[in-house]
Design a protein around this ligand. Sequence first.
Ligand code: ADP
Ligand code: ZN
Length: 219
Amino acid sequence: MNIILLGPPGAGKGTQARKLVDERNMVQLSTGDMLRAARTSGTEMGKMVAAVMDRGDLVTDEIVIGLIREQLVAAQSGGDIIGNGFIFDGFPRTLAQADALGALLDELGAGLDCVIEMQVDDDALVDRITARATCKDCGEVYNDNTKPIPADGKCSNCGSSQIERRADDNEESLRTRLMAYYKQTSPLVGYYYAKGDLKSVDGLASMDEVAGSIAKALG
Ligand code: ADP
Ligand code: ZN
């Protein structure tokens, strides 16, 4: 089963994707994580996208479609390690990316089963994101209000002491990301609704309740 998690920054896509990976043995494809990895490893592409990401704007379609194509082709030629399908997290973010994903899946003889829209109101997003921190090593997400970083500063999941705030998790960049979401990504809600693939869940509920609604939507 291949699914998309769609929603504004801070809607909880990454958190829910990680749960699906653990519980259903699916493969998470997060373009945000891929771009951050490219920055950390200092590739040319990583250097090119750094300023765009920190500002909160979208990286070009060409770059992210290229990243996704690489991952899908690698997973397919890996054959046995595809698991139970892909979770697209943070991709597609534009109509061009949505068309490209459809074409790529066609090429691979795969389909798209479901698009989960995570609905959250904008005030909640600002609160969530400015309180957010992430473990650099395992991706565990912390929140100053709901899940504070352990007192010893070590990740409760993997023990790493590298718990960091993202450079783009500040109020100014978040405003730009929200604008990008409403201008460029939110049309995908209508796009997938018209295709008959859309299911919406309340992203403001507790983490476990959201996971429950997603499980129900996936059937
Ligand atoms: P969030 O959903 O919290 O905003 P992500 O980790 O998904 O964060 O993305 C971080 C940044 O990476 C985005 O603000 C954007 O600059 C870039 N990015 C990620 N995915 C895409 C995409 N599909 N298209 C264009 N830019 C992207
Ligand atoms: Zn960790």
